[in-house]
Ligand binder design. Sequence first.
Ligand code: FRU
Length: 486
Amino acid sequence: MTKDMLKLADDFIRENKQKINPQYRLRYHLMGEYGWINDPNGFIYFNGSYHLFYQHYPYEAIWGPMHWGHAVSRDLIRWEYMPIALAPDKEYDADGCFSGSAIEKDGMLYVAYTGHVYRSDKKDDYLQTQCIAYSSDGINFTKHKNNPIITTQQIPNEASKKDFRDPKILKKGNNYYMVIGSNDGDGNGQILIYKSNDLINWEYINILAKSDGSMGTGWECPDLFSIENKDILIVSPQYMKSQGNNYKNLHSTIYMIGNLDEIKGKFDFKDYYPIDYGFDFYAPQTTLDNKGRRIIVAWMDMWESDMPTQNLGHNWSGAMTLPREVILKDNKLYFKPVEEIKKYRNNKFSIENIELQEEITIDAQGDSYELEIVIEVQQSESFGIKLRASEKEETILEYNTKDKLFKFNRDKSGIGPKGERVTEVELIDNKLKLQIFVDKSSVEVFINDGEKVMTGRIYPADESRLIKLYSKGMCRIVKLNKWDII
Ligand code: FRU
């Protein structure tokens, strides 16, 4: 039974992948080989390689019974597809192997995931339980005979009996802890924490953390880790209401820096912050690699947002962000693209020290590149960059010096979703520093060394490849470097 559903999916992908329309396929970001993908799952450095699994419906570019797709990389940039790792082929996961995480124990790779089962034909009548699968080669997985290893009976009274998903396992001392997304049944997101010493038998400890009423109706995809002596909790709150310029997407992602008391099962925190200030960033997951780096990857899309590759019959949908290193600085998190990307820089183009007070088109263009720019404000009221530009299209990044707002506008980006996201940015020595990654249908902007990041999908025409700079009043381009990323 198990083999059959995995084989069916792998055979289907092999026989159909030439039907993919490559127009918007990314060049240096991970996508599925065919069909739909959403959340990153089971992100881990295991036996000398990075493994990234993902929520996957291989048969069509729409969400369906979830499988776990699987890709492996040595450098977090070039990924090789592996056979499908998990298929929904057991009674306890018949309607989907939902999101989860990976951990190594005694040289074996374990993944924890949520078994999703509908109880009737109503879409909101389901049960979710936690399951384990293990592998010695990191490729072929066996579902544990005790599955589900956490059942709905182990859900406390103060929690929803159905939304119980996305287990992330961590190890502290000799114990394993599992944090699971939940809500209180009354419209507030929360995280439950469980404990085990063998990954198979789990005991409920507590509600680890909970929304104060402003942080979404349900919390999905928790992650819990520490950097230096701080504990960090990441969650993806559903339907979080916007606050000023923040949390403008249907669902959000936030981080909290605090203290974990694993004995009591409590995470104390005061503040929370967005992880990304753009449009398309959800369900991130982190891992610690062999170099001691904490690396984060997210699904670079948003639920219920327009995904043109679905409607145009391109036979694929969904991509991952660039893997980013998570850095703790001044009690905030900074996010930097992993340095491995530098190996893929080609065809360097540079400008240095020019004064700008109108619109110019630079002598370099493209659809997959990195741009590094330092701009000194001088007398400028506002200045910006137009990417993927042509006579008809442009994606605008603009800084307004009076109100200190940085904008990412995709109203004229092409087909697909529109809109603007705005965030406050303080200049450093009167300068703004940007590192921008453009890849066929994506833009990621790292502002002031990763203090803030804005991520969004765009779908311009192939010929929209110009790069323009403009300013109202004079500013100085201290430097601009552009590399094709190939
Ligand atoms: C988050 C999520 C998870 C769930 C998965 C299903 O995007 O809703 O909570 O496990 O997607 O595909």
